[in-house]
Design a protein around this ligand. Structure first.
Ligand SMILES: Nc1ncnc2c1ncn2[C@@H]1O[C@H](COP(=O)(O)OP(=O)(O)OP(=O)(O)O)[C@@H](O)[C@H]1O
Ligand SMILES: [Mg+2]
Length: 430
């Protein structure tokens, strides 16, 4: 039997793995998640310090097993989400976990190793070669050097996880390959892939005719990308619904002066999933403790300390996901978060949410219009727009395309797995 070609989409929030089938088409790996199976594996890492004989060592779990272990733990270890968003950050070479230095590549490779081993077992192969997705612009990347630096780190993480041959393909181009596999004619398409960390766009000609004659460089009209997506929307939900309840905007009196009780950078970290669990340091806890005595609203600071100390980022993420998904389906939703000493319940309308993310939406619009202008393509010339990725469910995101192209020219689908499937198709093409 010929060896399958494998595509790996290591996403900010979810990852998936696909392979080509000998009879044609692709198949997704399915991962155990409690009693059920899932094709999209949460890209998270959970670490605990465990007794091992007389020594202590760090034990780690990823994906659904990480969530299970985290939820079952009486004393919470450290749950890290959205690790991909650190790849371009030169300042984050390594981090201290339970007093031990760990490199970012070591943390990311834990997730990649589990994906490799689990998918390899299902596919019946020793999985060592894959085409792997990367965003057009990594989160935080300001220059092409930053992008190259992030890609190199992702490559190192993959090699560290046991891969030997790695080729990269842009995630929106992979989504285009997936969409192409559904076509019986050629089209000029615009892809919009909205994930957790990044929003990516590609403008290209695809279709069976193009595959038959062989792809040409002129088929690719351009790519563009932004290092913001669902996590940035979540940040705004946390800022408006949660941070004020945890002391943002609250004051303290010290030496006759009235100052913010907690500096704003703490809330900036609280609002970003990849930073949240790193707030739990003794320096931050000492600072919060010292502000308690002088704060006008100490209960809010206590609630913040509780959230940081108990590593409640996962619960917060879940509460934010819920309200965001509800707002995609309904004009109004209720945000609920309750843990330990504090409880938040607030009604949010979709119009409010749209206003909170207006800046992000404007940047997305600018990126789409910029790509069309740069390629010299009029919106009227685009045959179809394919929107994918979890954040493409956000109605305000879809509206950007509906106003430019009309609802009839928009296709959606396989939001969480189109990139992995397209990567497998690309791997087969060589
Ligand atoms: N129904 C929904 N409404 C709004 N947002 C949603 C919905 N479902 C999922 N999301 C968001 O989609 C994002 C995850 O999408 P996806 O799995 O495509 O991203 P990813 O591939 O992990 O990230 P990236 O491509 O940026 O690396 C999260 O921010 C999640 O909150
Ligand atoms: Mg993605």
């Amino acid at each position: 039997m010929p060896k399958p070609f494998v595509g790996i989409d290591f996403g900010t929030t979810n990852s998936s793995v696909a392979r080509t089938l000998p009879e044609g088409g692709v198949e997704l790996a399915r991962f155990a998640a409690g009693e059920s199976l899932t094709e999209s594996y949460r890209s998270l890492l959970y670490l605990e310090l465990v007794e091992d004989g007389r020594a202590k060592r760090v034990k780690s779990w990823t994906g659904p097993a990480g969530i299970e272990q985290y939820l079952a733990a009486e004393t919470k270890g450290r749950l890290i989400q959205s690790l991909k968003s650190f790849l371009s950050a030169r300042s984050l070479q390594s981090t201290e976990v339970f007093g031990r230095r760990m490199r970012l590549e070591d943390l990311i490779s834990r997730i990649l190793r589990d994906l490799r081993e689990s998918a390899g077992k299902q596919f019946g192969i020793d999985l060592r070669a894959a085409v792997v997705g990367r965003p057009v612009r990594f989160v935080g990347a300001e220059t092409e050097e930053d992008n190259a630096f992030a890609e190199q780190r992702l490559r190192d993480s993959l090699l560290h996880a046991g891969f030997e041959t790695v080729k990269f393909e842009l995630e929106p181009v992979a989504a285009a390959h997936y969409y192409e596999s559904t076509l019986d004619h050629d089209e000029l398409i615009l892809i919009g892939d909205f994930g957790g960390g990044t929003s990516d766009f590609s403008l290209l000609h695809v279709g069976p005719g193009i595959l038959r004659r062989g792809r040409m460089p002129t088929d690719f009209l351009g790519n563009s990308g932004l290092g913001l997506a669902g996590d940035a929307f979540d940040a705004k939900l946390v800022r408006h619904l949660v941070s004020p309840e945890l002391g943002r905007g609250s004051e303290a009196e010290s030496l006759g002066k009235v100052l913010p009780a907690v500096p704003n950078w703490v809330y900036a970290k609280l609002e970003r999933w990849h930073h949240l669990s790193f707030l739990r340091t003794s320096a931050v806890m000492t600072m919060l403790r010292s502000t308690l005595a002088t704060a006008y609203e100490p209960a809010k600071i206590e609630a913040l300390m509780h959230l940081v100390n108990e590593d409640l980022g996962y619960h917060l993420h879940r509460a934010v996901q819920r309200v965001k998904c509800d707002l995609s389906a309904h004009p109004q939703a209720t945000f609920r978060f309750s843990d330990g000493g504090f409880e938040i319940e607030a009604v949010v309308t979709r119009a409010e949410f749209d206003e909170w993310i207006a800046e992000e939406l404007a940047r997305i619009e600018g990126c789409v219009d910029g790509l069309l202008a740069q390629a010299g393509v009029d919106p009227g010339d685009v045959d179809m727009v394919f929107l994918t990725g979890g954040s493409s469910f956000v109605p305000a995101v879809r509206r950007i395309f509906e106003t430019r192209f009309g609802a009839r020219r928009i296709r959606t689908g396989d939001e969480f797995t189109s990139v992995a499937q397209g990567l497998a198709c690309k791997a087969a093409e060589g």
